[in-house]
Design a protein around this ligand. Structure first.
Ligand SMILES: O=C(O)CCC(=O)C(=O)O
Length: 319
């Protein structure tokens, strides 16, 4: 977690753009809670300068520390905006057993893929306990790494989810924090939307920190590994463990042929190809661009005193 990576003031200004866009797209009005759904995702980059400024040098430096400064593509942008108004409010609070995924439904997953880099989650509102924060399954990145290593040819995201989730996952951690905090998580870490019992609408942005080249997991010099590469090597060396609180989790709702969010179309992917694929948003708001989906629709730690290889593995613990 990078605490106060941008200011609460910057976050509040960005939220105004999020509200404006939700109203334009779906008639969701900040001043009228009767228009609020349980959840809504703006599947766009918001390109307003004030929003982009929230991707500060502190975030960029922290990403560089984890993946290698010269290896990160350096794209500073905020992607998907999942807004949690009241997800699961009618149910008793618990960690969800559905919706579990890693991001990246726009590429074939491999253990060294450069596409995702890191899962970057910016908190644009304060998130208190039970306030609908993202739930992470700490340590699940290790199982993902092992599954991916078994598919050198690559694997689609749905098959990947099925394989990783064929065993129970656990060590659940709810992301809480203040507006302006940013979680940098392992790209292989399974996560899902948390049930929301308290607080006002929760606004986050999920994005990736794509790499210039595929990761290299067998280098000549030990000192050349990035922290991310080192964490994957470590995951592949370690004996698999099932956490004591492990539960059977899945991506889709059990027994239904649909995803957890059936109401929206599955997009083929997430952002980086927006330009190449000509998916520029041409609507009223010219400062946004369509984002390809990376979540359950179809489908972190930073500078500190931990040994580098532990930092990624700890993702979210200090959220
Ligand atoms: O809303 C959340 O907390 C998680 C959202 C997410 O992971 C996604 O949409 O990909």
């Amino acid at each position: 977690m990078v605490r106060q990576a941008f200011t609460a003031r910057q976050a509040a200004v960005a939220c105004e753009y999020v509200w404006r866009r939700m109203e334009q797209k779906a008639g969701i009005r900040k001043s009228d809670p009767s228009t609020w759904p349980e959840r809504y995702d703006i599947e766009e980059h918001l390109r307003n300068p004030e929003v982009l400024e929230c991707f500060t040098d502190r975030i960029a430096n922290a990403i560089g520390q984890l993946v290698g400064h010269s290896r990160w593509r350096g794209e500073r942008r905020w992607g998907l905006w999942p807004v949690n108004f009241s997800f699961g409010r009618s149910r008793p609070y618990d960690f969800p057993t559905t919706g579990w995924h890693i991001d990246g439904n726009w590429f074939t997953h491999t253990v060294n893929s450069p596409k995702q880099g890191l899962l970057v989650v910016g908190l644009f509102t304060d998130i208190e306990p039970r306030g609908g924060g993202t739930i992470l399954s700490l340590g699940s990145h290790k199982r993902t790494a092992r599954v991916l290593a078994g598919h050198p040819e690559g694997i689609g995201h749905r098959d990947l989810f099925r394989e990783v989730l064929s065993e129970p996952i656990g060590n659940f951690h709810e992301v809480t924090g203040s507006a302006g905090d940013v979680v940098l998580a392992h790209p292989f870490l399974f996560h899902t939307k948390g049930i929301k019992h308290v607080g006002g609408p929760r606004i986050i942005s999920n994005t990736e920190a794509g790499l210039r080249q595929p990761m290299v997991l067998s280098r000549t010099l030990d000192t050349d590994y990035s922290i991310l590469e080192e964490s994957i090597r470590k995951a592949l060396r370690e004996a698999p463990e099932v956490p004591p609180d492990a539960r059977a989790c899945r991506f889709l709702r059990s027994g239904r042929g649909t995803c957890t969010r059936p109401r929206r179309r599955v997009h083929a992917g997430h952002v980086p190809d927006v330009h190449r694929r000509g998916h520029h948003h041409r609507g009223r708001n010219r400062s946004s661009a369509v984002v390809h989906r990376h979540g359950p629709r179809d489908s972190r730690p930073v500078a500190g005193h931990h040994r580098p290889a532990d930092r990624i593995a700890l993702a979210g613990r200090r959220a």
